[in-house]
Design a protein around this ligand. Structure first.
Ligand code: PRP
Ligand code: URA
Length: 215
């Protein structure tokens, strides 16, 4: 893959540790949800290292001081529904964030993304936008999400996921070479049903407990 600077694989022992628990089929829904949020927070922290800052003069209890604050409000946009598992935790990191929602699901027969919902903050303009979804498989959903955001006028985008497949990374970079991807892992490949291997199964089902087996 030749998209070096636009693909950020966040390596950290803590992320590896939690990701192993997340992948484990024996991990309960409650723990899965908790750990997806936790890793989401760590990824969002790394993905926002280069946010613009501005100086602000304040008064400490001792004297005047010029400190720094974020220049823009961050906008967090989960792709429904699994993205919610990420965004709740990331909002805790950015309590002042504006929050949008994009509904895209994979048509399981045609394996194409279908848009079904869009609700975005009015003031999005120049705000840094974090599009979040745990899984980047074929890339269809994330590409459609960025398409929708760009059409809406967003200029400063980052995509954050937990696990990315090489196929999805390639497709995403071709469609949106200007948008960086932040991920905890790049997995081996997609299976015949376009699920990520080794992956973690269906992220939405494991977050919301909607799989056939009990969790
Ligand atoms: C999953 C996942 C991504 C998408 C990734 O969502 O959360 O949105 O698949 O696959 P892709 O890269 O091939 O598009 P899904 O469509 O299962 O919907 P859900 O979040 O409602 O479970
Ligand atoms: N969506 C998921 O939830 N898991 C995958 O492996 C691929 C797409």
């Amino acid at each position: 893959m030749s998209h070096g600077t636009m693909l950020h694989v966040i390596n950290h022992p803590l992320i590896d540790h939690y990701l192993t628990r997340i992948r484990d089929v024996n991990t309960s829904c409650a723990r899965f949800r908790e750990l997806v949020g936790l890793v989401g927070k760590l990824l969002a922290y790394e993905a926002t290292r280069n946010l613009k800052q501005e100086e602000v003069e304040i008064q400490t209890p001792m004297e005047k001081w010029v400190g720094k604050r974020l220049k823009n409000t961050v906008c967090i946009v989960p792709i429904l529904r699994a993205g919610i598992g990420f965004s709740d935790a990331i909002v805790a990191l950015y309590p002042d964030a504006h929050i949008g929602h994009i509904g895209v699901y994979r048509d399981e027969e045609k394996m194409v993304p279908v848009e079904y919902y869009k609700s975005l903050p009015k003031q999005i303009g120049e705000e840094p936008v974090l599009l979040v979804d745990p899984m980047l498989a074929t890339g269809g959903s994330a590409i459609a999400g960025v398409d929708m955001l760009k059409k809406y006028g967003c200029k400063n985008l980052r995509f954050i996921c937990l696990i990315a497949a090489p196929e999805g990374i390639e497709a995403f970079h071709i469609a949106h070479p200007d948008v960086p991807i932040y991920t905890a892992a790049v997995d081996r490949e997609l299976d015949a049903n376009k699920y990520i291997l080794p992956g973690l199964g269906d992220a939405g089902d494991r977050i919301f407990g909607t799989m056939d087996e009990k969790c």
